[in-house]
Design a binder for this molecule. Structure first.
Ligand code: ADP
Length: 403
């Protein structure tokens, strides 16, 4: 380990928000975290906490991302707020989460002016995400000049997919000219749990076949073959795949054409499928705590919503089990995977055809910790592996700058 590099700041910036976490990479301890919301739109809010200090949201001035970073670094160096750094120069490297790396980025990259220009070119593929990340990077470079800034892409882990996984069955020129293909998302999370699962099973990474289920508001399921992504449920955008909190997941693409011909605008359809669909549409809430409570009361809409959700998960898991042939483990992570024992129970019960069984007690009592929740007789172990995307970003940043 390099002695010179120790503190890595992880930034996850959107167009009007910026989340940050500071890690000590000698111990991999998270030293502080916080966020600035409503950047550039007035009424900005700042939240900051460390192990010994927790601040509620407070109003702040954040006209742009540079101001937001200045606030973050100010708190990190303010002992009265629990800040543990003496000065800004104690931040040795910054890792930036970037949603879309297109086909160009399969690895973390040092954010040179050339890399930033490339990332800007990818913005049409992620118009809601990449521009915000770029604003965050530029703001951060103003406040922390001379510090290495590294880009970590949500799509990178999925760049190992073979053509038969990522190509849609459409004319090739759509891929070549417009980049129409499957990219996949949540890659940092799938990579984190894949590496952790190799450790837990004590198996060489290149011999590991798993099905990784990142189930949260946004959800994706990934088939990992020989430690690498082989296929994943999200597509060119994070709208595809399983049923999600407010996103539809897979639907017949002709539905979109049908709606457009029946008076809906493109923006209407966008809103409908991204914000008003999924569990929100079926069960009346995108939060699985509400849905599971309503299921307990026997509410028909919630029961149907849960059934549809599990059906969509099981279709991907079953398909990936067939594609992989041999599966070493089924991994559950994300807010739902780590915490919603009712959803996990329904899922594992639905997978009995794959020989998967459930350890009821282990499952019911598990919240957010690593645990095997399948029975001893299960054909495939089902394991909860809490994800830590920020730590993964910090590790990859550290690895790149120490190289
Ligand atoms: P995001 O995709 O926004 O990162 P998360 O991974 O935080 O989402 O997951 C959010 C989902 O996790 C919500 O559906 C929420 O209901 C569920 N969830 C979080 N905590 C719990 C809990 N204790 N019990 C059941 N479900 C939970």
């Amino acid at each position: 380990m390099s002695n010179a590099i120790r503190n890595v700041l992880v930034i996850n910036a959107g167009s009007s928000s910026l989340k940050f976490m500071l890690f000590d990479m000698k111990t991999e301890r998270m030293l502080a975290k916080g966020q600035v919301e409503r950047i550039g739109i007035g009424g900005s809010l700042f939240t900051f906490s460390t192990e010994g200090f927790s601040e509620k949201q407070s109003p702040c001035e954040a006209p742009d991302h540079a101001a937001a970073i200045q606030l973050a670094c100010g708190a990190l160096t303010d002992p009265t707020k629990g800040g543990c750094l003496k000065s800004f120069s104690d931040i040795d490297a910054v890792g930036h989460r970037i949603v879309h790396g297109g086909e160009r980025y399969s690895q973390p990259v040092l954010l040179t002016p050339e890399a930033l220009a490339e990332i800007a070119k990818l913005s049409p593929l992620a118009p809601l995400h990449n521009p915000g990340a770029l604003q965050g990077i530029k703001g951060c470079e103003q406040v922390l000049p001379g510090v290495p800034h590294v880009g970590i892409f949500d799509t990178a882990f999925h760049q190992t997919m073979p053509e038969e996984s990522y190509l849609y069955s459409v004319p090739r020129e759509l891929h070549e000219r417009l980049g129409v293909r499957k990219y996949g998302f949540h890659g940092t999370s799938h990579k984190f749990v894949t590496l952790r699962t190799a450790e837990l099973l004590n198996k060489p990474l290149d011999e590991l076949n798993i099905i990784s289920c990142h189930l949260g508001n946004g959800s994706s399921i990934t088939a990992v073959k020989g430690g690498k992504c082989f296929d994943t449920s999200m597509g060119m955008t994070p709208l595809a795949g399983v049923t999600m909190g407010t996103r539809s997941g897979d639907i017949d693409p002709a539905v979109v054409l049908y709606l457009l011909k029946n008076g809906y605008s493109a923006d209407d359809v966008d809103r409908l499928l991204n914000k008003q669909s999924g569990m929100m549409a079926l069960a009346g809430s995108s939060d699985m705590r509400d849905v599971c409570a309503a299921c307990d009361e026997g509410k028909p809409a919630a029961l149907l919503g849960l059934a549809r959700l599990i059906h969509s998960y099981a279709m991907y898991i079953g398909g990936y089990a067939a594609l992989l042939g041999h599966v070493d483990a089924l991994i559950l992570t994300g807010g739902i995977g780590e915490n919603s024992w009712e959803t996990r129970k329904a899922l594992l019960t639905s997978l009995s055809g794959l020989g998967i069984t459930l350890d009821e007690e282990a499952n019911r009592t598990c919240r957010g910790v690593e645990r095997v929740i399948s029975g001893k007789d299960s054909a495939i172990p089902a394991i909860i592996v809490p994800t830590n995307e920020e730590l993964m970003i910090a590790r990859e940043t550290f690895a790149l700058v120490c190289d």
